[in-house]
Unconditional design. Structure first.
Length: 253
């Protein structure tokens, strides 16, 4: 249900000037019944000036009297007597200056991704001209070398819902429909048995042992322990004096 303008101010006026129940006022103003009760107690919106809904055509005095007579009745908004403005035909879409430089990228993306879209639809989506679309399609645009196709939704030039609606309309009109490509199958992983792994490891160890020579083959076998002859002090310093005297006596005799 439509709600009145400034619902709290309207609730203040209805509390002060009518005998409507809190439930009726809360339903009409879109407020919680406890909030309406707090407004009546002065705990919420104290000092707020009430807004008379009968002066701006949102409620009639007859409707207030009808609901005051029966608490089960619900307040209904008054039907405006002024004629509703006609919906204006949408013209060219305005594009902010900061995003106009992204339009060639968006046009190139639309031409490549959705060739069924007409030039008029592209113009309405991102606010461009047919001349610009043709120049990008023919690669005669001044920035053709630097164009990088990007989604206009990602660039913020149009809404995703508008793009989907335009594409569906174009496909219905042309009778074409893009078929989705089948997803790639996952790569199958072959199961390797434990016996095969162990055999491969043994073969690898054998090859490694055959290709790598041992330390004995490189440096030769370890030499045997050399017997060290005992060396006396006489061999180094010569015979002692006592032995010299004894030798001289033996020679003289």
């Amino acid at each position: 249900m439509a709600q009145p303008l400034m619902p709290k101010a309207t609730a203040v006026w209805l509390v002060d000037n009518t005998s409507l129940t809190f439930d009726q006022i809360s339903d009409y103003c879109g407020l919680h019944i406890l909030e309406v009760q707090a407004i009546a107690d002065g705990e919420v919106a104290p000092g707020m000036q009430g807004l008379d809904p009968t002066t701006n055509g949102q409620l009639t005095k007859e409707e207030i009297i009808r609901c005051e007579d029966n608490v089960e009745n619900r307040i209904k908004m008054a039907i405006p007597s002024n004629p509703m403005p006609k919906a204006r035909q949408k013209g060219a879409k305005y594009t902010p200056i900061s995003k106009r430089q992204d339009r060639p990228d968006a046009i190139a993306w639309l031409i490549r991704s959705y060739p069924e879209l007409s030039d008029a639809q592209i113009c309405r989506l991102i606010g461009t001209t047919k001349q610009t679309i043709n120049s990008i399609r023919d690669k005669t645009h001044r920035s053709s070398t630097s164009i990088k196709p990007q989604s206009p939704v990602y660039l913020g030039l149009c809404e995703g819902g508008d793009l989907a609606t335009s594409v569906s309309k174009a496909r219905l009109k042309s009778g074409s429909n893009h078929q989705q490509t089948e997803p790639l199958q996952p790569i199958a992983i072959t199961e390797i048995s434990e016996d095969k792994v162990s055999n491969d490891e043994n073969d690898a160890l054998k090859k490694f042992s055959q290709s790598n020579p041992t330390a004995e083959e490189i440096f030769g076998s370890t030499p045997k322990s050399i017997e060290v002859e005992e060396i006396n002090s006489e061999d180094i310093f010569g015979p002692s004096n006592a032995k010299k005297v004894q030798a001289e006596e033996q020679e003289s005799s």
